[in-house]
Design a protein around this ligand. Structure first.
Ligand SMILES: *[C@@H]1O[C@H](CO)[C@@H](O)[C@H](O)[C@H]1NC(C)=O
Ligand SMILES: *[C@@H]1O[C@H](CO)[C@@H](O)[C@H](O)[C@H]1NC(C)=O
Length: 312
């Protein structure tokens, strides 16, 4: 009885507050933030996994996003993965490499689940030229988690891309030095990429060797997750998903609210990087660029993510 009274009271309080907000015209955002105490999924205005059964189905089908000591790769996953970059090395060599890997790296802590008292906001920042002149920097830095990709630089571009980086996705060919507080999220495309990690982080006598990242903050994408994104999100279009798209799919397991920056072409339809020269013929290679972009737009329309496409 008492709790019912409290509920009624809170409801009235909310309605009154909403009234005040509307009258003062200070944004319905605050009003929906208050209403969100009725959502039990997360503490954001809107939670990623709210509503939409199809979306939840796809999410549920996901394997563990990160490799761990305990995770066992299946033959099926290995067969799919080894074709990405025509790996010739056999499965048992992969097994041994993964085993060696986790002798160096501490166990990756489990991902934080969404909870009614938390709102994990994420900025997924791609490298598209549409960031140029966007002035998104402060907005990007406002997020709890800021995920950047490959060599996407900050220095000299702060106004448009921000300064904060909590996670940086990379593979050996796109690697860059990270500071002590940034998670290195390795996307392995071949066994050599795993060996590269071992080589970079194994205890060495050469103390002068520059560390590329904090060893305690290394996370390795699970090949089974790559296969899952290809099959469940892209319906097997293209040979395999792009780094950007896999990063977005990964963010869905780390965030309650996702804002996407620096993806896609600029307003003239040009694909290029914000830090490079304009290349009107930049192709998407083995990746189903158009398909990925369509899904991004659909997710935006369904209010699952918010897609910021620059000001150009
Ligand atoms: C590799 O490891 C997986 C899972 O741990 C196991 O099922 C598989 O038989 C192993 N394969 C080889 C060739 O060692
Ligand atoms: C980086 O962080 C680790 C712990 O995560 C710590 O042991 C190390 O001293 C730090 N290094 C620097 C240069 O701050």
């Amino acid at each position: 009885m008492l709790s019912r009274k409290i509920t009624v009271f809170i409801t009235i309080l909310c309605l009154t507050t909403i009234g005040v907000f509307y009258r003062s015209g200070s944004g319905s955002g605050s009003a929906s933030r208050i209403l969100s105490i009725y959502s039990n999924l997360c503490a954001c205005e809107k939670c990623l996994t709210e509503g939409d059964p199809d979306f939840r189905e796809i999410m549920k089908a996901s394997p563990k996003p990160f490799l761990s000591r305990e995770y066992e790769t299946t033959q099926e996953v290995f067969n799919w993965w080894k074709r990405l970059q025509s790996n010739k090395d056999p499965f048992d060599f992969y097994n041994t490499t993964v085993k060696n890997l986790f002798e160096i790296f501490p166990p990756i802590p489990p991902l934080i689940e969404s909870s009614p008292d938390r709102c994990r906001t994420c900025a997924v920042v791609g490298n598209s030229g549409n960031l140029k002149g966007s002035h998104y920097g402060p907005l990007i830095d406002f997020h709890d988690i800021v995920i950047r990709m490959n060599r996407g630089p900050i220095k000299g571009y702060e106004k448009d891309v921000g300064t904060k980086t909590t996670h940086r996705v990379m593979y050996p060919e796109s690697s860059t030095l990270l500071d002590n507080t940034t998670h290195l999220v390795m996307f392995p495309f071949k066994i050599k990429d795993l060996q590269w990690l071992i080589q970079k982080f194994a205890p060495s006598k050469n103390k002068a060797a520059k560390r590329i990242a904090n060893k305690d903050l290394v996370m390795i994408l699970n090949p089974a997750f790559m296969k899952y994104v290809h099959e469940m999100w892209l319906k097997k279009k293209g040979r395999y998903p792009s780094t950007g798209f896999m990063t977005l799919a990964l963010s869905m397991h780390m965030c309650d609210e996702i804002n996407v920056f620096g993806f896609g072409a600029d307003s003239d339809g040009n694909w290029y990087h914000y830090f490079g020269a304009v290349n009107k013929n930049l192709r998407t290679g083995p990746h189903p660029g158009g398909q990925e972009y369509d899904i991004l737009q659909q997710l935006h329309k369904a209010h699952k993510i918010h897609f910021y496409n620059g000001w150009q």
